[in-house]
Write a protein that binds this ligand. Sequence first.
Ligand code: GLP
Length: 223
Amino acid sequence: MRVVLEALEDPHPLIGLATGRSTALLHERLVSSHRSGQTDLGRATWVMLDEYLDIPQSDPRSFRNQLCRDFDGIFDAGSTRLIGPDLGLHDPSAICADFRSATAGVAPHVQLLGIGRNGHVGFNEPGSKADSRTRVVTLSATTLADLDPAVWPGPDRPTRAVTRGVADIAEARTIVLLAFGTAKAEAVASVLTGPVTTACPASLLRDHPDLRVFVDEAAASLL
Ligand code: GLP
C-alpha cells in the first residue's frame, strides 16, 4: 500500500486499477485510510485496465460498476476522474477506439495488477505480445472457467473484453502485481522464474524497471 500512498502525494496522481479479489483487498485499505483522513484519494485520476464486453452499461458485474462499489464515495460511474471503457457505446470497436483515445499517452504513476491462473494481466491472454495495445480480445478457456458461476450463472456470460495491452501496462512508472492463494502459485513461479514468453503474458513485464510483486505464502509455494 505504501507505493500507492507515495504516488498519491503527486499533485496529479494517476492510478491504474484492476478488478478482482486480489486488488479489492487493497482498494478496501485505501478507502478506509481515506475515510480516516490518513490519505486523500480525492485528487487522483483513476484509469481502468479492462472491461467485459457484450454486457449492458447498467450490469452490476461490469468492472466499472465493481470499481465504483470498491471506491464508494470516491468516484462514481459517471465521474470524469474515472477513465475506462464506455459500455454505453455498445459496439465493441467503438468502445475500444474511445478507450484507446481516452488513454493515449496515459501512463499511471502506479498500475495495480492481479494475475490470472494462466498468467494473464488485464485480459492479455496467453499469446499476447509485449508490444500489444488496447484492443478487443476473446477470453481464454481458463479465464472462462474461472468466472464465478454464482456471479455468472447463465448463458449471458461474457466471452469478449477490451483490455489495455502489455505495452500500455509497461508504461506505468511502477507496477504492483498482487497474487494470493495456491491457485496462483504456478503463474507466480512462471512470472518470476520461468522464461519470458507470450505464453505467460505477465512474464513480459519482468524487465520493467519497477515491478513489485506481492504474494502470500501459498502463491509463493512454487518459488
Ligand atoms: C480478471 C481480470 C484481471 C485479474 C484477474 C484475477 O481476469 N481481468 O485483471 O487480475 O481476473 O482476478 P482475482 O484477483 O479475482 O483472482
